[in-house]
Structure formats: C-alpha cells, structure tokens
Design a protein. Structure first.
Length: 93
C-alpha cells in the first residue's frame, strides 16, 4: 500500500535539497540517511556544523555542557530533521 512509499521530494526548505538523493561515503555523522538524504553532506559534516547551522538561538548546548549521551540524542535528532525525506510531512505551520 501507500504506507511504505518513500517521498520523492523534500518537504522542508532551509538547507534541504529539493529531492532526496544518495550522498557519498564521506557522510559520516548522519550515515543512516546516506543512501536517500534530503540533506547535503556539507550541512551535516560534523557535530559542530550541526550545532551551529541555524545560529546561536538553536544550539543544543546553549545552557551549558551536557553528557555525551545527551549530545548524541541531539545529533541524531538534527540528522532526522535535516536528512529524513519524510520529516517535512509531520511539520505543522
């Protein structure tokens, strides 16, 4: 049925591509999405880049240092938002 269809366009329009496509082997931080990504590997090239891409007000560590496990959660949440083709389908305006 339609429930297992992968979107053929990216529904977010910030640093996202227009349509999902594969990224190269250099995509290491958000690698679960490298075969079909709405993000460009340059946008998600490192933890620091992910944390800084939207500016000071969006940094996940703006309240102080956090544990490695907590930081990994925010990295994966950022990867989901930046790279997942379906992410924009769940956003309400």
């Amino acid at each position: 049925g339609g429930s297992d269809m992968v979107p053929d366009q990216c529904h977010l329009q910030y640093y996202h591509k227009k349509a999902p496509s594969p990224e190269g082997d250099d995509m290491t931080e958000c690698h679960p999405w490298k075969n079909n990504a709405c993000c460009d590997s340059n946008t998600v090239q490192s933890v620091d880049k992910l944390n800084e891409v939207y500016g000071e007000g969006y940094k996940w560590d703006r309240c102080g240092p956090m544990s490695q496990a907590c930081e990994r959660f925010f990295v994966m949440e950022s990867c989901l938002y930046e790279c997942e083709p379906s992410a924009g389908l769940f956003r309400k305006y």
